[in-house]
Design a protein around this ligand. Structure first.
Ligand code: COA
Length: 184
């Protein structure tokens, strides 16, 4: 298991099956589903997902989720994650999700910054990307606050909930991240 990552206010750790109710609660919030035009997550798929995440080897490939807990008040409030491809482990694709009651406090960005640092140091990656629907303003703001560049903007590339949606893609390279640390 990966040792927990600590930030000023948060702990990022490997999820377990104990996280099931908290995970289902924020994953199925109507505002979050609407932001991404997603379907409800079933208890069975959530249980299987959390079980497989809890068993991941530290150097595993594929999707890795980190559960987010406030250090002063333990309990699952959201997640950040990264997809690491076995064919190209120097590239990662990130995502994040925060319960509605814990949004607007900078937690998602604080956790995502810690994940960026983990990817570029522990996993020695070269390039990190993130994507969302173009209309997802809060997620785009997280990408910009991570220092990511807008690299792509597609037109009606994703068909969800009966409509075509535009998408955006952002990226940051390890040397860009290192430079940003030196200048901050
Ligand atoms: C995308 C998502 C994670 C963003 O969460 P969030 O809480 O809005 O993001 P942040 O952590 O950056 O916090 C945002 C606000 O907290 C405010 N804030 C309050 N206290 C703060 C503090 N101590 N430090 C930093 N920011 C603070 C900031 O002003 C910031 O607003 P700004 O972006 O206008 O500057 C959230 O909207 C979500 O879970 N959406 C549903 C799932 C989703 O769409 N995921 C994206 C898939 S790619």
């Amino acid at each position: 298991m990966i040792p927990p990552i600590l930030t000023e206010r948060l702990t990022l750790r490997t999820p377990t099956i104990e996280d099931l109710s908290g995970y289902l609660a924020y994953r199925n919030e109507p505002s979050a589903l609407a932001a991404q035009m997603m379907e409800i997550t079933s208890e069975t798929s959530a249980r299987n997902f959390l079980h497989s995440q809890s068993q991941l080897a530290p150097d595993a490939f594929g999707w890795r989720m980190f559960a987010i807990e406030p250090r002063h008040n333990p309990g699952l409030i959201g997640e950040v994650g990264v997809f690491i491809s076995e064919d190209n482990p120097e590239k990662g694709d990130m995502g994040w999700w925060m319960s509605a009651s814990c949004q607007g406090q900078g937690y998602a960005t604080e956790a995502a910054k810690a994940l960026v640092a983990w990817c570029f140091t522990a996993r020695k990656m070269h390039r990190l990307t993130a994507q969302c629907l173009a209309a997802n303003a809060t997620s785009r703001r997280v990408m910009r606050k991570l220092g990511m560049r807008l690299e792509s903007q597609t037109v009606e590339s994703r068909f969800l909930a009966g409509l075509w949606h535009d998408e955006v893609g952002y990226a940051i390279l390890r040397h860009e991240w290192t430079k940003s640390l030196q200048s901050s």
